[in-house]
Design a protein. Sequence first.
Length: 508
Amino acid sequence: MSTDSRTAPEEKPPAGKKFVFPSALTILALVTLAVWALAFLIPSGAYDRDKDGAPVQGTYHRVPSDQSFVDRLNDLFLSPVNGLYGVQDERTGRVGPDLAGELYGSAGVFLFVLAIGAFITMVFATGALDRGIGRLAHRLRDRGALLIAGVMLVFALLGTVEGFAEETLGFYGLIVPLMLALGYDRMVATGTIILGAGIGVLCSTVNPFATGVASSAADISLGDGIVLRAIMWVVLTAVTIAYVIRYARRVRKDPGRSLSGFRRGDRDHTAADAGEPPDLTPLHKTVLVLVALVFTFMIFSVVPWSSAVTGDADATAYGFELGWSFPELAALFLVAAVIIGAVARFGEQKVSATIIQGAADFISPALVIVLARGVTVIMNNSQITDTVLHSIEGLVSGTSSAVFAVFVFIVNLPLAFLIPSTSGHATLAMPILAPLADFAGVSRAVVVTAWQSASGWMNLWVPTTAVTIGGVALAKVGYDKYLRFVWPLLAILFVLISGFVALGAVWT
């Protein structure tokens, strides 16, 4: 999953260096303390709200805070609880676990993350996905460019629908020998794996850990903006695949141009060295079909088809539209996990144990979402959210919608570095960025796309992610050499993303 969907492998610091970058949970705990302290200094304020609860531009005004120090201390103490199931009082706007009103916490998203964790763990327990990718790589072993394109396309597809990222770490043992046998270097294997999955996550269409969490925090459907994101996925995936293939052909023609160089024995590999994976069994084929059907149905269930077809956000829904959100999707993946376990004939004990293990593996990103939501509760109760929104409003007022969309992309780049957890980053940023989009006359879906593009772009190279730093370590490629390899592509993607989000803002 993307950066935080399951517990990442622990990275040992290099000898002589004691600093280890804090985990997402630690970062968010520090952010919680910092925001709580800043709330004493930032003046409280509020916007007038329209009938849908959205802030009305130009109506910001200061309001006196009625919170005592004890009240603020209580908010800090209860922030994780409020982040999970805090309820917002309709009259006062305050959030607390024992109030009456609308759910403000992220309980729905929390359960959804655990449910999809159970489903994905069940799929991996069957061995179908690993075996399928292994068979694909072996079948294309004599056709280098097609092998690169095929593997990257599969990784990109898995990345865009379910945040496939850390799982790629298990494929270096297969892909590296194949690439060396075809006359390529280790950098080709590294680029194929990291960039293949990474570009899929960057262009997430329905990835629950990026698009899903951000859409929920922005109070829009998971399917809103899917057309723009799908077009981005097609174009950016094609560009990334072409970039890796171009480098691979250059190295194959002239090994001296390799950025990673060759280790002893690298040039002695043959295609037979990789070994032939076992054939797909009927069970594996059935599981792969079921996985495809589940994700296809998920996409169908969340897309607002009438809006996508007509281009009118307020179009009347077609009769076949389901309009599903996180409660229904959580149920879908739990049921699908049980069905796959039954098809695999795991038995009741193994099905139960695998579901529990899957939920346990995904508790980290689920807790990240809860902690991040707890921060927004502190801001809400101290009434500083609108003050922060008002200060940013001044920076973008008067700009065109296209410039605003690019601004959202750029401003999220440093945030993505400081908070490498996509789920935590989304939950923190969207309560500010989504209303700002309303002021700029831009669709909130475009803001979600710009945000996830920034997060995905950063995660292609930052050393704080297990996918990147773990990948170069497994491929035995220097991180500095990987940066030399990837920076021209990063520049190309930066320009393309800016163009897409600007076009999307104008289009919507």
